[in-house]
Ligand binder design. Structure first.
Ligand SMILES: Cc1cc2nc3c(=O)[nH]c(=O)nc-3n(C[C@H](O)[C@H](O)[C@H](O)COP(=O)(O)OP(=O)(O)OC[C@H]3O[C@@H](n4cnc5c(N)ncnc54)[C@H](O)[C@@H]3O)c2cc1C
Length: 505
């Protein structure tokens, strides 16, 4: 994990070197420890680096990208490849946003990785199962575009040295579609690191600590952005096209409670920059929004540290038990169903239970251990004692589960996926979890060309959006692994479309 952080920091410094003569690296802010604890990967979001500075800034670019998360970085690379001059503005001191925290994988169907593992899959079932998970509320054109282009996204990443070569299950998916880094590390740090390396190779400037505050408009056309560069200089930068990739609003409690007052006081897994800026700026120039009320709570969040325990833990074989030591649900149903199930249990929480073999399959568990998120014991009885659970009940729950795995039939709860491994190898581990705010499915309305639409359904000239800023593709409930698919697929599309538009192609 530290290696990943190191890689990212080194990349930033290298990139800084490409765009300025004397890049400096300031030390972490005082609250860095707290922030690192909250992050799934060592986001380093409190580290302060200098990337490009105002001296490097040009008056005008073909394409300006707002936000250096996965969606923004993918779009910048594609815009560059299409021949455009590009700059990225990022308000935080480090790139990555929520992408850096993503810990599971990227869904895709019909990939060469699946073929090599003899997984028979196709975009059609990916589409249907996602639609089902989203309760049929998904924008089907966007969803069709994503499910049909995700496999190519995996190949595109691979062509740039970012190989997602391991598979696991996500809740609601009948096939192992979540593509993860081959070494089992969290997808986010690996992806951000790889995308950043590719920005660096192309000398695409990233202006860190540079918050975009407004989209500049002239006669109904977006002509650029107003941005506070290096947290000091307010400037207007002109652009042939602007791509807004500022992520969602999962860390903006005013917006969260405006759309769902039940979520007041619920912990969030999001990075502090996920404040919905892009959505608000787009609304200010007449952009429409969709599905804003659909805010996902993820079932497995460590409450004390607002820390997500990845779905890949269940997707690789873990079970959930209540305080009585009993299973109560098919753990791999979609997130909204599992969250509701956990909330119904006594105390509104549950425990994830896994064993040493699972820990080996999902190295992120080591990281959870380092962060103090799990308890461990050599035997299942000792584990039960650690978490005040009846040892006999927990032991018989494990026996029943292992029998279900052997028989390939979960008579108690009907689980059908990630039932390949018994839980019988000590030491065993447990993590107490409960639901937390995780993803904002709503956002600005776009079409499959990623053009932002106004309230009459017309494209706002020169304005594009991609990633969690945009709404519609996930419907009422996002499937794990589909957000990274979204940022890669639509990030790429936004880059290509914006560049072609700006260049008059
Ligand atoms: C803990 C966690 C784990 C997750 N795991 C997975 C997973 O395994 N698989 C999956 O598919 N999805 C996962 N997700 C969801 C997924 O990571 C996000 O939906 C996705 O990465 C969002 O990417 P993005 O590029 O749209 O936004 P982000 O990655 O959030 O990037 C947006 C960037 O824009 C910047 N920004 C915001 N406002 C401004 C402004 N005004 N000016 C300049 N910059 C601005 C932000 O600082 C940020 O860097 C996870 C999310 C979290 C929180």
């Amino acid at each position: 994990m530290k290696k990943l952080l190191f890689g990212i920091l080194v990349s930033i410094l290298i990139l800084g070197g490409c765009v300025q003569d004397n890049p400096e690296n300031e030390e972490a802010a005082d609250d860095s420890e707290t922030e690192e604890q909250e992050s799934d990967v060592d986001s380093g979001a409190t580290e302060t680096q200098e990337g490009a500075t105002i001296d490097d800034l040009e008056e005008s670019y073909d394409v300006v990208v707002v936000g250096a998360g996965g969606g923004g970085m993918a779009s910048a690379i594609e815009a560059y490849e299409a021949g455009a001059s590009v700059a990225i503005f990022e308000k935080m001191p480090i790139v990555g946003g929520n992408t850096l925290k993503s810990s599971g994988g990227m869904n895709a169907a019909g990939t060469s990785i699946q073929e090599a593992e003899e997984v028979e899959d196709d975009p059609e079932s990916f589409f249907e199962e996602t639609l089902d998970g989203g309760h049929g509320e998904n924008d089907q054109e966007l969803l069709r575009y994503m499910t049909e282009n995700a496999a190519e996204g995996i190949e595109w990443l691979d062509s740039m040295g970012i190989t997602l070569g391991t598979l696991s299950y996500s809740g609601g998916m009948s096939q192992p579609r979540a593509h993860r880094p081959t070494d089992g590390s969290p997808v986010g740090g690996y992806l951000v690191d790889g995308l950043f390396d590719n920005l660096e190779e192309r000398d695409i400037p990233v202006f860190l600590n540079s918050e975009v505050t407004r989209l500049v408009e002239d006669n109904g056309e977006v002509t650029g952005v107003e941005v506070t560069v290096d947290q000091t200089e307010d400037v207007t930068v002109n652009a042939g096209a602007v791509i807004v990739a500022t992520g969602g609003f999962g860390a903006n409690y005013d917006m969260i409670t405006e759309y769902n007052s039940d979520l007041e006081g619920v912990v969030t897994t999001n990075h502090e920059g996920a404040t919905g800026d892009g959505i608000q700026m787009i609304q200010d120039v007449g952009g429409d929004v969709v599905d804003m009320e659909y805010i996902q709570v993820h079932p497995t969040v460590h409450q004390e540290k607002s820390y997500l325990i990845s779905e890949s833990v269940r997707g690789s074989g873990a079970i959930l038990v209540n305080q009585s030591g009993e299973r109560f649900i098919d753990e791999l149903q979609p997130r909204d169903v599992v969250s509701a199930g956990v909330q119904e249990e006594e105390g509104g929480y549950a425990y994830l239970i896994g064993d040493a073999a699972l820990r080996e399959r999902v190295p992120a568990v080591d990281h959870y251990d380092e962060e103090g998120l799990i308890v461990e014991a050599d035997t299942i009885e000792d584990l039960a004692a650690e978490i005040d659970m009846d040892p006999e009940t927990l032991a018989s729950t494990l026996d029943a589960w292992n029998e279900a795995v052997q028989n390939e039939e979960d008579a108690d709860h009907g689980r059908t996926t990630a039932m390949d491994y018994e839980l019988n190898e000590g030491p065993f581990f447990a993590s107490q979890i409960a639901p937390g705010i995780h993803h904002t499915m709503g956002g600005v309305r776009i079409n499959t060309n990623t053009e932002v639409l106004d309230t009459d359904g017309n494209a706002i000239p020169n304005l594009y959006a991609a990633g969690e800023t945009a709404g519609g593709v996930h419907g009422a409930n996002r499937i794990g692994g589909n957000a990274v698919a979204e940022i890669v697929v639509f990030g790429r599309q936004a880059g290509t479309q914006a560049a072609n538009h700006a260049l008059g192609n």
